[in-house]
Design a protein around this ligand. Structure first.
Ligand code: FAD
Ligand code: NAI
Length: 466
């Protein structure tokens, strides 16, 4: 196929969307290159996102369990001492190993890594580091970056006003961290520094944290985070942040307008969302527009309106999640190869990796009710034998099913291992399961997953252990 072109497929961006697309395309026998401007492969996720944040969450969770007496309760008495340098070291090590792993996979699958920023000359030509490269198909997988907040200047080097990248690397534990935005990043990284000793205040524009999650889950999650010590200022907006030396003064006012007040902090985390990366890509050269949210629109097969140009991941509409990008990466490569690559966007799980974890897949109860009559089954983790034995009483499982067909429409979980549990719900929904199917599936005992079975049984009003 590549005769008149240098490559069959050129992917721009080596995040979870792009690197997976490139590897799958190569596996399918297509001559493939991937342009990436970072020093290492893996994109936001491996370098400054999913992986380093989970490294800090995992380590800080151990620290807190030792510090707050949770381990002493189990008969393990310890007095922890924080060694932040080592904690950062193991984070960097995880990133190094995993990004190096992608470089190995590129070599193994014969994907050429073109180092540098790619920009379109025409629909089949890009310039990377001064070199023109042609391809029959070009996949845009340029990802996203932090949404700036007007009036608030992020300077990760100074470590006073930071974004998520800066918040992963703080050299010391702040005394008072103000988190702007009660979304996934604010809660995950706010939790890390709270566990390590910071006072954390979360300022959220809306009346509830975690937009997009099930209403009951949002309410319960906030209660749990509050109990853990995070202070919330809901329905509040930040109008400016003044920095003097190592101190910041944050001016806030009610979201609907009203009297302003100030908060003093030594660290401010700006986490109000992310925006698609299209600047400098030369989309104008190929006549490709972005929508109002700056995203590139595609068809179901991930083709754009320009022949031979495709797009996947954070740069297109949908949840900004690594696994969504990966699945789109596989699908787009298969479509380019003439196969049928499909992603079921109705079944993309979402996980917040706090303690406890918060996870969901499918419709929220509110959205499901808008579509028709539903039946809801709930089961508290307090009544799950494993969670109870492990001293993890917080949370619940909620199964939402269509009232007539009993088909599962959504599953929401707050539990220590909700992120692992949600996979079963996603798989059941992918197979079109009813709540009865889940209720009659044998679940190993004692596991947290039994709470999913019980919640499914509760849909028809018949859980056993409550
Ligand atoms: P990206 O990973 O953003 O990769 C795009 C790549 O393209 C980048 O490396 C960029 O350098 C490169 N690039 C951009 N423009 C060009 C160009 N013109 N030329 C060459 N290269 C270019 N998601 C989860 O599912 N689970 C999590 O736990 C999770 N945690 C997160 C934690 C944090 C702190 C953050 C910030 C994000 C997190 N995410 C998580 C989101 C996840 O990182 C993204 O959804 C995912 O990385 C998107 O993948 P992508 O391939 O679309 O883009
Ligand atoms: P987010 O969209 O999850 O949350 C942003 C929050 O900021 C929202 O609650 C919003 O109402 C609030 N907000 C917006 N403007 C505000 C303002 N001016 N003042 C106060 N609050 C304001 O975005 P976040 O947390 O930055 O994360 C970005 C993306 O990264 C997410 O969409 C998520 O998909 C991804 N991510 C995923 C993770 C995971 O899967 N575990 C972890 C971290 C990030």
């Amino acid at each position: 196929m590549a005769d008149q072109y240098d490559y069959d497929v050129l992917v721009i961006g080596a995040g979870p969307g792009g690197y997976v697309a490139a590897i799958r395309a190569a596996q399918l026998g297509l001559k493939t290159a991937c342009a990436e401007s970072r020093e290492t492969l893996g994109g936001t996720c491996l370098n400054v996102g999913c992986i380093p944040s989970k490294a800090m969450l995992h380590a800080s969770e151990y620290y807190e369990q030792a510090a707050n007496g949770a381990m002493a309760k189990l008969g393990v008495k310890v007095t922890p001492e924080l060694d932040l340098d080592t904690m950062h070291g193991q984070r960097l090590d995880a990133v190094k190993q995993l990004t190096g792993g992608i470089a190995f996979l590129f070599k193994k699958n014969k994907v050429d890594w073109l180092k540098g920023k790619a920009s379109f000359d025409d629909a089949h030509t890009v310039t990377v580091a001064g070199n023109k490269v042609t391809a029959k198909n070009i996949v845009i997988a340029t990802g996203s970056s932090v949404t700036p907040l007007p009036g608030v200047e992020v300077d990760n080097d100074k470590q006073v006003v930071v974004d998520s990248t800066g918040a992963l690397e703080l050299a010391k534990v702040p005394e008072h961290m103000v988190v702007i935005g009660g979304g996934v990043i604010g809660l995950e990284l706010g939790s890390v520094w709270r566990r390590l000793g910071a006072k954390v205040t979360c300022v959220e524009f809306l009346d509830q944290i975690l937009p997009g999650f099930d209403g009951e889950v949002r309410k319960e999650a906030q209660k749990i985070f509050k109990k853990q010590g995070i202070e919330f200022k809901l329905g509040t907006k930040v109008t400016k942040v003044d920095v003097k030396g190592k101190k910041a003064t944050i001016t806030v006012e009610p979201a609907q307008g009203g009297d302003s007040e100030t908060i003093e902090a030594d660290c401010v985390l700006v986490s109000i969302g992310r925006k698609p990366n299209t600047d400098g890509l030369g989309l104008d050269k190929i006549g490709l527009d972005t929508n109002q949210r700056g995203q590139i629109e595609t068809d179901h097969d991930f083709s754009t309106k320009v022949d031979g140009v495709w797009a996947i991941g954070d740069v297109i509409p949908g949840p900004m999640l690594a696994h969504k990008a990966e699945d789109e990466g596989i699908a787009v490569a298969e479509n380019i190869a003439g196969m049928t690559g499909i992603v079921n966007h109705d079944v993309i799980p979402s996980v917040v990796y706090t303690w406890p974890e918060i996870a969901g897949v499918g419709l929220t109860e509110e959205a499901a009710k808008e579509r028709g009559e539903v039946k809801v089954g709930k089961f508290p983790m307090l009544a799950n034998s494993r969670a109870k034995t492990n001293h993890e009483p917080d949370g619940f499982v909620k199964v939402i099913a269509d009232a007539k067909s009993d088909r599962v429409l959504g599953v929401w979980i707050i539990a220590s291992v909700a992120g692992t549990m949600i996979a079963q719900a996603a798989q059941a929904m992918e197979f079109g399961a009813t709540s009865e199917d889940i209720a009659y599936t044998c679940h190993a005992h004692p596991t947290h997953s039994e709470a999913i079975k019980e919640a499914a049984m509760a849909v028809t009003g018949k859980p056993i252990h409550i």
